[in-house]
Design a protein around this ligand. Structure first.
Ligand SMILES: NC(=O)c1ccc[n+]([C@@H]2O[C@H](COP(=O)([O-])OP(=O)(O)OC[C@H]3O[C@@H](n4cnc5c(N)ncnc54)[C@H](OP(=O)(O)O)[C@@H]3O)[C@@H](O)[C@H]2O)c1
Length: 298
């Protein structure tokens, strides 16, 4: 078994996938969480659980004791930079050898004057470089699982799809590709001087997506210009404004460029949007079969 890795954000969307991959690779994994019961429910005794909070340095130092590599993720809020900088400083003091940071999408970092989330991530990236620790920064594009949630919900409800991003194309990335790159980079302790900019293999507009959904469900699917794309709500006003800023930048076409980073790191193509949609739309495809089954049982 390899030496120890500490995962922050391990109970969240991406952290769960990274944790699972590290366990599978034979790493000894410790997770930092405010909710040890949730961590126990997810992994039982396959991980060490360190109860702690980004705001509590002594809990961070306890969690970092004996740790070799460190996965750094925290949610978008006004404390993102302060929390992550505190985590980096604690990791450096604890003698951690390598850090992998989940950062913002490149177009938020490069337009940080218009993206409060990008500005926070940019500050953290600069601090990582200043501290001189071995590290890799991952800048994923918009996640399929988050950005396309309103599209999937509309398709499953039998509706047309909400118009999004003023018709601009986006090279969405599947969260499993991000987790694969993060776990690979962490496992190997790769020191990467340039940020790893992760995108899907192709950019799609809302109309392209409607075409794919239509082909998968074998029914006409259009765009409903009146439908509002309701993203998951944010109680946090900072995060809600950050999401509005993402929408404005994406509508300028800034999330359309494609990179080959996933293929270079993993030796395979990124998960395609078609495959993602096929997986998500399985319940809608099953409905007619289940109805037929019901009739046979009667
Ligand atoms: N969605 C996208 O399209 C996209 C694109 C690029 C980058 N990103 C980046 O991805 C990150 C969000 O990832 P995600 O969606 O996987 O996160 P998430 O599901 O919201 O999970 C947040 C995690 O942070 C932990 N956490 C929050 N506050 C904490 C605190 N004070 N102390 C300790 N742990 C705390 C939570 O753990 P407990 O509750 O268990 O303590 C939870 O595991 C953000 O940095 C965002 O900028 C997202």
């Amino acid at each position: 078994m390899s030496s120890s890795v500490l995962v922050t954000g391990a109970t969240g969307r991406l952290g769960q996938l990274v944790t699972r991959r590290l366990i599978y690779s034979g790493d000894r994994v410790r997770v930092l969480t405010r909710r040890p019961d949730e961590a126990r429910r997810l992994w039982g005794d396959a991980v060490d659980i360190a109860q702690g909070d980004f705001q509590d340095r002594s809990s961070l130092m306890t969690a970092l004791n004996g740790i070799d590599r460190f996965f750094l993720l925290s949610p978008i809020n006004e404390n993102l930079a302060a929390h992550q900088i505190a985590l980096i400083n604690a990791a450096a003091d604890a003698g951690v050898r390598h850090i992998v940071k989940i950062s913002g999408s490149i177009w938020t970092i490069e337009n940080s004057a218009r993206s409060r989330a990008g500005a926070q991530h940019r500050q953290v990236e600069a601090h990582l470089v200043e501290r001189g620790l071995s590290h890799a920064v991952i800048r994923p594009n918009a996640w399929m699982q988050v950005s396309l949630a309103p599209v999937i919900a509309a398709a499953l409800a039998g509706n047309d799809l909400p118009a999004r991003y003023a018709g601009a194309a986006v090279s969405f990335i599947d969260i499993s590709d991000i987790a694969d790159v993060a776990a690979r980079t962490l496992h190997a302790g790769l020191n990467v001087s340039e940020p790893l900019v992760l995108t899907g293999a192709k950019a799609f507009t809302s109309s392209d997506i409607a075409g794919l959904v239509s082909a998968i469900l074998r029914r006409p699917v259009g765009i409903d210009p009146q439908a509002v794309a309701l993203s998951p709500g944010h109680d946090d006003a900072f995060a809600a404004q950050a999401v509005r800023e993402f929408g404005a930048l994406i509508a300028e076409g800034l999330a359309a460029p494609v990179t080959d980073t996933v293929e270079r790191v993993l030796g395979r193509k990124p998960v395609s949007l078609r495959r993602f949609l096929e997986q998500q739309l399985v319940p809608a495809k099953r409905q007619p079969e289940q109805a037929e089954g019901d009739i046979q049982w009667q």
